[in-house]
Write a protein that binds this ligand. Structure first.
Ligand code: NAP
Ligand code: HSE
Length: 430
């Protein structure tokens, strides 16, 4: 057995930090056989030392000073699990400048600073790994960078937020309205105290930025990703989607024709026979389409203590293996193209529109005329249920330019017979 020990430090001992602590401990015996050396945990950086001592029973490991880590020559790997932008960015940069390899789960930081940090890692011949930043436990980054590298990928779309998938599953399977399903997600600990980043699509948007950059070899940052959440969806929409043989999922979409990139997060009607349609509860999945691989899907837990720690520890294993073989920095930034990100108004999608109108002769024809006037081709227009003097109309368009569709919706909203635009949702087409 290889007796070599590689020193590592954890920054943060929260959900993922403590999970990583436990997973690395559980792997202590076998790690050397698997990758040629053992990871030796030398320091854990926290704010509240007493809490961390109580959790680990190892006061000798706990520090609140980053200098203790930077100045320890035996520490070769720094695992950042604090989250957010600062002080995580400063600590990661300091670790890389000190020649230490970095593993992180920090999607906020990687989605906004991926390029700068990767360049610094390359300059220092260090590894910077972040598998856990996208879809928690599910291997996505490494498959995109390595196993699927021989493809021209055209689509990477995923259910990359567990909280919203749980909420949509409850709305779909149990007929709950959004607020009720969110309250349940909070009670069960899926949703955070402030769920905004999840339900407004921001968390998924960060993951889309990271996936798109890697899949299309062109830098996409979080600011480039248009995000729309699930707060406006109702059980009504889900029922109509079912009637059309679809379900509604919050999709993180990255698409490229080779000349430009589309990157956005939005609720979407997905046909029941699409592999993503069967991904329920808090599960995540990423569906990839490439010219050689054809279609592939990765499925699993997108969050949680041990699932996320599984991805973090997997990266630690990889860095240790690279150290043993003297080949760190093998996989650096792969963004060698400079593709423009398409403005949302120029993205083409099929749409579902639900509108409540006054129930009188000619309204249906007026709506059809508005669409025609805006250059929006309509596939179906159906009158649904009546309530008093009003009736609900559902329109399914062909694949149309978003700017044109929005113009038509505004004109319908301004029509004197319109009571309310209830929902506009994209319909996925391959
Ligand atoms: P968390 O439970 O809030 O833990 C954060 C930890 O960082 C705590 O131990 C906290 O220590 C420590 N910390 C905060 N500020 C610090 C500072 N200035 N100096 C030193 N330590 C500091 O967060 P988490 O859920 O584990 O998330 C960690 C990272 O993993 C984030 O980037 C997150 O996006 C990512 N991630 C999480 C999940 C998940 O399921 N939770 C999934 C995928 C990715 P104190 O307790 O002493 O304040
Ligand atoms: N809040 C995220 C989710 C997990 O609900 O999937 C962390 O990325």
């Amino acid at each position: 057995m290889e007796n070599r020990k590689i020193g590592i430090a954890l920054l943060g001992l929260g959900t993922v930090g403590f999970g990583t602590y436990k997973v690395l401990k559980a792997q202590q015996e076998e790690m050397a056989y698997k990758v040629g050396a053992q990871a030796e945990l030398r320091r854990i950086l926290v704010r509240n030392k007493a809490k961390a001592v109580e959790r680990t029973g190892q006061p000798e490991l706990i520090t609140d000073s980053m200098d203790d880590i930077l100045n320890d020559k035996e520490i070769q790997i720094v695992v950042e699990l604090i989250g957010g932008i600062e002080p995580a960015r400063t600590y990661i940069e300091a670790a890389l400048r000190a020649g230490k390899h970095v593993v992180t789960a920090n999607k906020d930081l990687i989605a906004s600073d991926h390029g700068r940090l990767m360049d610094l890692a390359k300059e220092k011949h260090c590894d910077l790994m972040f598998e856990a930043a996208v879809a928690g436990a599910i291997p996505v980054i490494m498959p995109l960078k390595q196993s699927l590298a021989a493809n021209h990928l055209s689509e990477v779309m995923g259910i990359v937020n567990g909280t919203t998938n749980f909420i949509l599953t409850k709305m779909s399977k149990e007929g709950m309205e959004f607020e009720e399903a969110l309250a349940l997600a909070t009670k069960l600990g899926y949703a955070e105290a402030d769920p905004t980043a999840d339900i407004e699509g921001l968390d998924a948007g960060r993951k889309v930025a990271i996936m798109a950059s890697i899949a299309f070899n062109s830098r996409v940052s979080f600011e480039d990703v248009a995000t729309e959440g699930i707060t406006k969806l109702s059980a009504h929409d889900i029922r109509y989607a079912k009637e059309m043989g679809c379900c509604i999922k919050l999709i993180g979409m990255a698409h490229s024709d080779g000349a430009s990139v589309e990157a956005y997060v939005a609720p979407m009607l997905i046909p029941e026979d699409h592999p993503l349609a069967s991904v329920n509860d808090s599960y995540n999945a990423v569906f990839v389409r490439g010219d050689a691989v054809e279609d592939a899907m990765f499925l699993g837990r997108g969050a949680g203590e041990l699932p996320t720690a599984s991805a973090v520890a997997g990266d630690v294993f990889d860095v240790v293996r690279n150290i043993v073989h003297g080949c760190n920095g093998r996989i650096s930034c792969t963004c060698f193209k400079h593709l423009p990100v398409v403005a949302m108004e120029d993205v083409h999608s099929k749409y579902f529109l639900r509108v409540e109108v006054e129930d009188r002769i000619g309204v249906l024809a007026d709506i059809a005329n508005v669409f025609a006037g805006s250059g929006v081709s309509v596939e179906q227009i159906i009158q649904k249920q009546k309530t008093g003097d009003n009736t609900e109309i559902v329109v399914i368009t062909d694949k149309v330019r978003e700017g044109d569709f929005k113009e038509a919706v505004q004109r319908i909203a301004d029509h004197p017979a319109t009571r309310a635009i209830r929902s506009t949702i994209r319909v996925y087409t391959a």
